[in-house]
Each structure stands twice: as C-alpha cells, then as structure tokens.
Design a protein around this ligand. Sequence first.
Ligand SMILES: Nc1ncnc2c1ncn2[C@@H]1O[C@H](COP(=O)(O)OP(=O)(O)OP(=O)(O)O)[C@@H](O)[C@H]1O
Length: 371
Amino acid sequence: MFTVGVKFENVTKMYQNGRPAVQGLSLEVQSGELLVLIGPSGCGKTTTLRMINRLEEPTSGTIYVDGHDVRSYNPIQLRRGIGYTIQQTGLLPHMTVEQNIELVPRLLRWDKKRRQERVRELLELVGMDYRAFAHRYPRQLSGGQQQRVGVLRALATDPPVILMDEPFGALDPISREVLQTELKRLQAKLHKTIIFVTHDIDEAMRLGDRVAILRDGQLLQVGTPTELLHAPQDEFVAKFLGRFLSLPQSPVDEVRQLIQTGESRILKELPSGERVVQMGSFPWCFLIDDQGVLKGATCQVPEDLEQWKSIIWQEAASIKETDTPDIALKRLIEGEAEALPVVDEERHLVGIISHRSAIKALSSGVGRVSV
Ligand SMILES: Nc1ncnc2c1ncn2[C@@H]1O[C@H](COP(=O)(O)OP(=O)(O)OP(=O)(O)O)[C@@H](O)[C@H]1O
C-alpha cells in the first residue's frame, strides 16, 4: 500500500513578538504510523501540524513529506494531497454532507459518477447510509456524525497523510470513545500516516502507535504508550501521564482483576452444541463449545448467523486470567487489537480485556513492571 512518512528536522517557529512556538523539533513519523502530539495548551501542537501542510512556515529547519522538503511542493497541491480535519469540523453549513465530502474531488475535477461512488463508499465505511445522510446539511447531524463527515472529507481523495487537530475534542465522552474505536478500525484497514493532536492523554494512549509529548514548543519524549508508561523520562512526563489517567487505588497484578464481561448473549446455538456469543457491546463475537471453551473469534458480528459456517473463525489470540497486565498489553499491541478474550487455565472464556483497561492498570505502577 502506498503511504508516505513525515519528518521534522530541527524545526523552529517564531511568531512575531513571541517566544518560539516550536523549538528545534526533530521527529520522524513513519509511513502508516499514527503519531499523537500531546502537551499542555500553547505547547505548539497545532503549529507543528500546520507547518506540515504549509498553513504555517517554519522560521528555520526543514519538514519533509515523502522524503521531499515541503517547500518544494506547491502549497495548494500539497494541501490537496494531505487530509486535514479539525475540532470545529470545518464543514460548510450551506452544503450537504455529500457536497462537503466531495469538495476536494470536485476541485480535482473528478466526474460526478466517481464522486458519488466515493461519497457512498466513505459513508459506508462509518456505517452512515447514503440515502439517509448524503443530502442532509451539517446542522441536521449529531455532533458525532458531523465529526465523522469531517474525517471522511479528509479521506475523500485517499491521501496518504492525514492531519487531525483535536477532531473529537468537542464530543461527549461516549461519542468520543465510539469515534476513537472507529478511527482505530479505519486505520487498521487504511494504514494512513496520521498525525493526531489531542489534549486527552487517555485518547493519546488509546490511539497512538507512538505518542510525542511537547512542552513549551519542545519535544520532551516520544515513544509507544508502553515505553512512556515504563520509562517516563522525567517527573513532568510521569505526572502528565498520571494526571489524566484515573489511577486505580491499588496496583493490579493479574488480568483477572481487569476483566470486563458486560452482558453475555448467546447469538446462536449450533447443532454440535457450540455457541456463538457476544459480550457486552464489544463489536465481535466468539465461538465456544458446549463446555464454554473458546474455539474462535471473529471481529464482526455476522449479519446472517445462518451463514455461520462461512464465517472465518480465527484461532483466537487470548490472554490468561492469571497473566499480568503488561503481558496483556504487549499482546494487545502485537495483535493491533482493541481488546482480546480472556480465558482460564482450561481455556474457558471468562471475559474480555481492553487496551484501555490494560493501560490504566499499568499506569498505577509506572516504572514498576517491566515488559
Ligand atoms: N498566529 C499566531 N500568532 C502569534 N502567536 C501564535 C499564533 N498561533 C499560535 N501562537 C502562539 O504559539 C504558541 C503555540 O500555539 P499552538 O496553537 O501551536 O499551541 P497548542 O499546543 O496547539 O495549543 P492548544 O492546545 O491550546 O490548541 C502559543 O503561545 C500561541 O499563543
């Protein structure tokens, strides 16, 4: 798949009469990586982002997109080739959902049929029905739907790089979590190079392949969520990580303490005695035998359970309830999974552990557990 990376080389940005908004930033974002920029208000996150598509120009240093200095690109063409989505969505209120999404394709003179097909395809990606939504105006959508459309607009021409500036910042916590999950799902499929700005450490740890922490225009530390939690480089980073995570009262030693089950529903009983079950609102289901032993998992709840034979049941990667949270997190990261099933010694399905709960558990013992 075609993706491109982004690289900052000793980049500084001074606005008039000010301290540097960004100072000596060197950072490489790999192609296909989702890198989160986080830090206190005014630390230079938005400026960093806007220098990539030349909405701001660095005072010194160089930014490369796909190995080329951004100054070598025509700014308008560069912006058309990089998706950009912001907290206020930037949707034009007098245009319909369809017109908003096809804005750049139209500028690129795609014909009507191709534009319409693309809008359909994109709306489908986030579970929005074309007929129900394409002709609505932004004010006729919920906040979460508006934000989805903002993200789809950034994806319209299938750009390899996407910049997201607090895209979910204005949403309530539940819609926010739903959209985060959707973004993870989309990213697993699309492998874009995404640079994502947020204030929310929970969001950063959940979404980021790596997280870069900025303060006063300077990069303090960059690493995977696990690396940051295990080895925060100084007290500021440790406090920053800890402050936003609601820390459990006591350290958690076993996955058993983190299991989530929700309501467990049997979707289908098969003649063999095997059952297809779903747990809580997690969007996939499991195959268990008549003793409750985990046989497989599928990340989609099949629409037609009569077709269950044709469903591909992956041999489920699972975590034992006696495993430690750091092992769980490692598996979740390796498997690029939002959550994994938890089994007991006899492989009976006992629940689910999510990425989020593993991270939270680990944060209670920052520096304590080693992977
Ligand atoms: N156009 C501008 N002119 C002058 N100063 C600016 C301009 N834009 C940003 N700044 C200053 O540059 C610094 C970094 O701002 P920036 O918006 O990049 O930070 P941020 O981390 O994105 O902040 P927030 O989280 O509050 O959005 C701040 O001190 C800000 O006041």
